[in-house]
Ligand binder design. Sequence first.
Ligand SMILES: [Zn+2]
Length: 353
Amino acid sequence: MRSRRIVLPLAVTLLAATPSASVASGGAAYVPQAGKLSTRSGGSAPPAARSSTDAASGAAPRYRDRAAAQRTSRERPVRGRSRRPRGRLRPRLRPARVVAFNISQQRLYLGGPALRVSLRVAGRGGPWRVELQASPAIAGARTAAARSSIELGVARANRDLAATVTPEALSPTGGEVILRPRLATARGARVPLANLPAVAVRVLANAFPLRGPWRLPGPDGRFGAPRADHRHEGQDLVAAEGTPVVAPAAGQVVRVAYQPGGAGHYVVLRDPRMRRDYVFMHLRERSITVVEGQTVATGARIAEVGSTGRSSGPHLHFEVWVGRWRDGGRPIDPLPLLETWARNEGLGPDAGR
Ligand SMILES: [Zn+2]
């Protein structure tokens, strides 16, 4: 009968110190949990390689006494990596099954909150090193170079493994990616999966600034529309009072102020990545949840739509400045950006969320 020894790395060393502890059973040797062995192991441990040499000899381990054999056989065996001698076929790893694979959200923003991933693996063997493989969902982009693997941690059988992954790790420039878990042994050997779960997430570079239904107003609300003493420096978006206003990009709040005869309650957000300032005006009284100097994540709520200042009804006046707002920068037409952001989020006028 050929003895196949299945051990954990720590157990190997401990086993070498107490060679009588292994139990032959059905052609495979099991090692009790390392923690239980450790109380009985003393002195210096021989090199771990010795135990695999032992296994290579093909001889079943012997016990010093019957009591030791009975004691260890009652202990729960732990199966780990197969350690067969070199020169033979590579060990056939037992397939594992991912019985739960959950993500916190399907839409992520660069500069926004991290994705929370939890999964549970069932099967004999383990612990397993778990990676999350992210592949672009675009046809033709499924190349190894475009794929990225993110270490999630070590999973034990039937226990939840929870991890967080930044949107940048999933897709540095944004896009749709398919996420699949991959399992490996502690030494990196790929463990086959009996099932192949996958989920799709969308990583967006920017958030549309409104979370709720909106529509474009008439020509008077367009960028550049003439006013009595100046030109309209932003784009108006009509939305109900109280509609949440969110940060289109991660950045720092550089101004929170009130201008009774004009902007009303307003906020200026600086986006260092794009070197742009975003301005939000006519915000609802007491709805602003950020303060000057605060940094915000992409998609973070900053205020609500209102009608403060010189305004004829609830709407968001939104400006985009290349450079600094009223400090060397210049305003640009926000509409192309707004249309792109809305399209990327699957939001159209009158169909926001
Ligand atoms: Zn306006």
